[in-house]
Design a protein around this ligand. Sequence first.
Ligand code: FCB
Length: 445
Amino acid sequence: MANGFKLSNLLSQPDFVVGVATSSFQIEGGAEFREPCIWDTFCKKPGAIKDASDGLFACDHYSRWHEDIALVDELGFDAYRFSVSWPRIMCADGSINQAGLDFYISILDELKRRNLKAFVTLYHWELPQYIEDQGGWLNRDTAQAFAIYTDVVSSAFGQRVDTYTTLNEPFCSAYLGYETGIHAPGKKGAQYGKKAAHNLLLAHGLSMQVLARNVPKIRRGIVLNFTPFYASSEDSQAQHAAEVAHDHFNDWYLRPVLQGEYPELLNRLPQNERPDIEPGDMQIIAQPLDYLGVNYYTRSFVVSDEQHEFKILPPPDKAPVTAMNWEIFPDALRKLLLKLNNDYNLPPLYITENGMASDDKVHQGEVKDELRVAYLRDHMQAVAQAMEAGVDIRGYFVWSLLDNFEWAEGYLKRFGIVHVDFNTQQRLPKQSALLLSTWLLQRNK
Ligand code: FCB
């Protein structure tokens, strides 16, 4: 990487894992070999996806997985984080799609052959449409269905997996999917978000129990996304706004999972916005975690006004931003890690996603994504600093291996360290991938 980049503290930990992440819907395609999911339906809704695209073909990873995994290996990574598509495994009639299981087993075997660690996510937002038709995450039964799917997958995969993640970013599934409606299934209403979140957390707890039974030796946990909130001014109202935002977006997921309770905010919510908590739920949710995955991209400023206890502001003028208009602020990651470590008795952490979108262009056979190089370097530095300060962090994953289907943004936002030409499906490692690779391969010597 660039000059002066001291990763010695990351490297001195012999088992520190450096990996790269993807998710099924965003890269696989191969839609004709699975059941439809909520994102297939959502993509058909006029205006839902910026470029009116869909995930039917995506990066055609379904037929190119071999080449893609070879790339992960050749670039020098230790691990590959990917997700299993629920609708590729469980059919609407209750039967199991063996071809779907075999697809992932081939990937797992190839990873093993190449000595790459498999970090498997069971749910990265792809709810089968037939389950959404029964109410989706607003229906408690969905949590049970997820436990059954976990059982099928973990029985079939056996010992091939290094680390299981039950859910990726339940905040996004619940809030973006059922409250603001900007993600699938596109339901809108303050009364839905926290109900969906509760059923997701319940699904996590039940899935953890199944994993503990089926594959007790395999590491298991959950991946949460964190947005550190900063008060826009010194005044106490703004400070309060930042705390409330933290409770809604971050702590709402972390506290139940680690401590079996929701933040105190629960008692201040209007009755119709509260989750339906049944006796025993919180104990199920708080299964002991072997690790916690932290996804970090940006921070946000908040204010409060007459109508809102908190209001999220766009990035300040002149702040450096990514193509998503997300502020680039690595020190918020360091502070976040210290805060989590201070507030909780944490299991070991992995940074399971970090990266940025930029307007990358191929020029004479190269993609010079200098901004991404700096972004990754500075965020890895922040991780190293947090480790130095005593936080137990075991790994770091770049989001993402490939440019891919970025949800409501379609293919307009490129997060990959490998460029994808969506007409030819040609993969081209960007400068960031090549620099990371130089460093990783040196390390392995
Ligand atoms: C995260 C998602 C991932 C990707 C990145 C940019 O919230 O987990 O799928 O879209 O954002």
